[in-house]
Design a protein around this ligand. Structure first.
Ligand SMILES: Cc1cc2nc3c(=O)[nH]c(=O)nc-3n(C[C@H](O)[C@H](O)[C@H](O)COP(=O)(O)OP(=O)(O)OC[C@H]3O[C@@H](n4cnc5c(N)ncnc54)[C@H](O)[C@@H]3O)c2cc1C
Length: 453
């Protein structure tokens, strides 16, 4: 029976076991609790959402290729049978290392050991108006917002007689030439090529434009030149307008201000231009890197603390091989979490850690439209259809839950045979920050003079 524990205001089962509080049920948090399952510790898992999400396929939800529930899984279902685990849907708002308390929106919990697995969030590099007026691609809500935004704009474009308005409504701008931006741009471009004329006969195909803006001189900067070149060629073939060596200075909800003062009219704008660690406040500022990741040692232990750990995207294990920490990808999160679980149990029993972390790089992949991808594992690079086959296999195996694997697999098979996407529904309207009425369209909340014509 749930009882009030001394020192914790959140109801938890009373126990004599040491308590490990895990914040975040992403790739890192979930893999950690799996390894701690039914071990002689009490595990308290806190996540602000009641689901785990499979971020690599968010872009497919955004372009209405997959339904959201095929890439999210309820945490309570995933943790069934974990006798030593308590899950609470709670957003951690502050950590107090002095008293060993974690404060959340539903109360506080006292920990013996704390594992921070809170992942990362979109980094807008201080561009406030961009942040206000655009959407990122970091969680399922944002993916659904993008879906609604695209479809809403096309509905509006179908009825407007004003060519300038039509132009802005059918321009879709994506910032960031990393995997997320490339995948979203490819998927939107295929939507334009294969579905626009069927769903929106009022909109000529040439009207719709997909822009992909990247600040450096190539796409997929984390991959080889060969992979970058392939991505560029495939996207160009799909009519994506690629602007390399171009930075975005502002976006007021109507026009994108590029460097050199160029203006690009667009009523939908997705920012995948950067990520940063996300940590609740309370830890000393010396614990953070420049992009807000927590500096940890090779046991994922936070500098200066014996009982606080960080794993996954939020952790920066700086070394000569990885001067900025490991890449913010799922395999790094999973490997760190699995090792930390064993190390923690050993530490609790014997007072020392068993093994330092060593990253096994499993390669990188990105899909560029249907049946086309780049995959790099070690020295080998696969591009095109075989790359796509590898990408699909890896992703199907990685999705949490059998039902989700089946749903995604069946969906992909159908899409492999046709270009049809099943779910082009606006279930709930997305209202960008700059729009403040139910019809969605108003003057931007704040518009810089320099951006006005
Ligand atoms: C669009 C996109 C595509 C990607 N594609 C790939 C890919 O193809 N391959 C790959 O390897 N990686 C990919 N990644 C990266 C990968 O998803 C991350 O590296 C991975 O999710 C990191 O795992 P994590 O557990 O550290 O964080 P996350 O999975 O982000 O989990 C963090 C968890 O913490 C919770 N949380 C955050 N703050 C709080 C708080 N204050 N209180 C309570 N709970 C909180 C969140 O709700 C979330 O559940 C992609 C990421 C994105 C966004």
């Amino acid at each position: 029976m749930a009882k009030q524990c001394p020192h914790s205001t959140i109801c938890l089962p009373a126990t004599n076991l040491l308590r490990i509080v895990v914040v975040g049920a992403g790739f890192a948090g979930l893999n950690l609790i799996k390894k701690l399952r039914n071990k002689p510790v009490q595990v308290v898992l806190l996540d602000k959402n009641n689901f785990h999400q499979f971020q690599p396929l968010l872009y497919q939800v955004a372009i209405a290729g997959l339904e959201p529930d095929s890439i999210v899984s309820p945490i309570r279902k995933l943790s069934q049978g974990y006798k030593n685990l308590v899950y609470r849907m709670a957003e951690v708002v502050r950590i107090e290392p002095e008293t060993k308390d974690v404060f959340t929106n539903i109360g506080s919990v006292r920990y013996d050991y704390l594992v921070i697995a809170t992942g990362s969030s979109t980094n807008y590099f201080g561009l406030q108006e961009v942040e206000q007026n655009s959407v990122g691609l970091k969680d399922i809500r944002e993916a659904l917002n993008i879906r609604s935004w695209v479809l809403q704009n096309l509905e509006e474009a179908a009825i407007t007689c004003d060519p300038e308005e039509k132009d802005a409504l059918t321009n879709f701008v994506i910032v960031g030439g990393g995997p997320a931006g490339v995948e979203l741009a490819g998927a939107l471009a295929e939507f334009k090529r294969y579905l626009l004329h069927k769903d929106y006969p009022e909109i000529a195909q040439d009207w719709m434009k997909v822009y992909l803006i990247e600040a450096t001189d190539r796409l997929l900067g984390g991959m080889s030149e060969k992979a970058s070149g392939h991505a560029l060629a495939v996207l160009k073939k799909l009519d994506v307008e690629i602007l390399l060596n171009t930075t975005v200075n502002d976006y007021d909800g109507r026009k994108v201000l590029l460097d050199k003062g160029k203006l690009l009219p667009a009523r939908a704008f997705v920012w995948t231009g950067g990520v940063q660690g996300t940590t609740p406040p309370g830890l000393p500022s010396a614990s953070f890197t420049g992009n807000n990741r927590l500096i940890v040692d090779s046991y994922n232990r936070l500098e200066g603390f014996d009982n606080i750990f960080a794993v996954g995207d939020v952790a920066a294990m700086v070394s000569s091989d990885y001067p900025k920490g490991h890449p913010m990808v799922a395999p790094a999160a999973i490997q760190q979490a699995q090792l930390l679980a064993g190390n923690l149990l050993h530490y609790i029993k014997c007072g020392e850690f068993k093994k330092a972390f060593r990253y096994r790089d499993k390669g990188s992949m990105a899909t560029i439209g249907k049946k086309n991808a780049v995959a790099e594992i070690g020295k080998f690079t696969w591009i095109g259809w075989f790359g796509w086959l590898l990408w699909s296999t890896v992703h199907i195996f990685s999705i949490t839950g059998l039902k989700n694997k089946l749903m995604v697999g069946i969906n992909w098979m159908m899409r492999y045979l046709t270009y049809e996407k099943a779910n082009r529904l606006i279930i709930r309207r997305f209202k960008p920050e700059y729009a403040s009425d139910d019809n969605g369209r108003k003057e931007p909340a704040s518009s810089k003079a320099s951006m006005k014509k």
